[in-house]
Design a protein around this ligand. Sequence first.
Ligand code: 5AD
Ligand code: SF4
Length: 471
Amino acid sequence: MSTNGPVRPNTRKLLIRTWGCQMNVYDSGRMADILAPLGYAPTESAEEADMVILNTCHIREKASEKVFSDLGRLRLTKNERQAEGKDTIIAVAGCVAQAEGAEITARAPWVDIVLGPQTYHRLPEMVARASRAAGAVIETDFPAEDKFDHLPEARGNGGPVAFLTIQEGCDKFCSFCVVPYTRGAEFSRPAAAIIAEARQLAANGAREIALLGQNVNAWAGEAPRTVSGESPGGNTHGNTWRLARLLRELAEIPGVARLRYTTSHPRDMDDDLIAAHGEIPSLMPYLHLPVQSGSDRVLAAMNRGHKADLYLRLADRLREARPDIALTSDFIVGHPGETAKEFEDTMRLVERVGFAGAYSFKYSARPGTPAAGQPFPVPEAEKDTRLQALQALLRQQQDDFNRACVGRVVDVLVTGTGRHPGQVAGRSPWLQPVHAAGAAPVGAVVPMQLRATHPNSLSATMVLPEESAAA
Ligand code: 5AD
Ligand code: SF4
């Protein structure tokens, strides 16, 4: 298979709908890159799309049900287009495809392609087969070859923020989670390939690079053969680098003003990675570190492999290394067997840590996961009550965090124009959306004074060079 052949003119339209995590956003971009040489140009309209890809998420029940309702609507569009003599290829990608491939083709026989996250490099071949075949093409194996070796170079969308997948899969098998089954075993890309991709992204205009992985801080990649300006140190194990070492290398790439990584597991926050937060200026003071629960018994039932105390110590050590670091997290309430007292332990942990933001969910039983078979399910109404209490506390903490930022002068990465004329929009080091009156080129990092909080953003004023020199 080759995607490097002659580029066809843009004769066909491609619609990709993406649900779920940043990994899916990244994968959607790569699928668009792969299909571009076949003449597929992006569209937002299902009516004009010759191919529709639903890139799906299986993490909670609601997410996967949405796929089936979308497929119902697409069936009508496909029929209408067919009446006009136009073919439509419908593909389901992502984790629902991986987990429910057979069910999709049974429930929605108008789907032409079902492809798991490890088989995107085979898309052109599948498209060709689907155009010829009567039945659906299903590709959900975990192939022996590495999909990253076959994907075309990531081009990025030319915007100032780029995502770069460095690790995929998960070996941790938390009781509630489908990821080890849908994304497979942990796999780390070699450092050289990541560095080359980061350089390319920077050359295409990326100023902020977010490294992605289901277990990104478990990354343990093959070290490059030679590194220019190699300075020994950092945690290198023989021929393998850990994440802190990679971050130090990426920080040297000209043009890369900001680095982030997500999503991390508390068990993999090693000493060097904590230290890196204090030592790499371009590593943003922000870390998403899911804890899920504050109860040791529930954490054990979840098979998280750590206690609440480890999390508290990590929070303290990260703040010692980087005092302005903002921590965010994920929580699940109502895991089977969670008592009211154990839920209170989660509330105490939240109070003790103080989060700048968080995602919290009611436990949702996922077929095939160990928790789905555990006794003592928590009644739905009780889950609702707990979720509301937790979310009220988390919202309060987020508001407190945002209000505490008012008055500070911070670097804002300009990402575009604001909603109102004469405004620029950007993001703070803590990922807060910021808008300010004035003009600045996209990709510029502009000092701004944060002035007021709004429901989903902060307003700011640009700080003129003389003011920032005097500050
Ligand atoms: N039920 C509820 N929430 C879940 N998550 C993962 N699986 C489930 C589930 N079965 C949440 C976890 C994870 C986030 C991505 O989704 O909090 O960190
Ligand atoms: Fe799922 Fe746990 Fe792996 Fe995260 S660490 S992806 S929650 S199994």
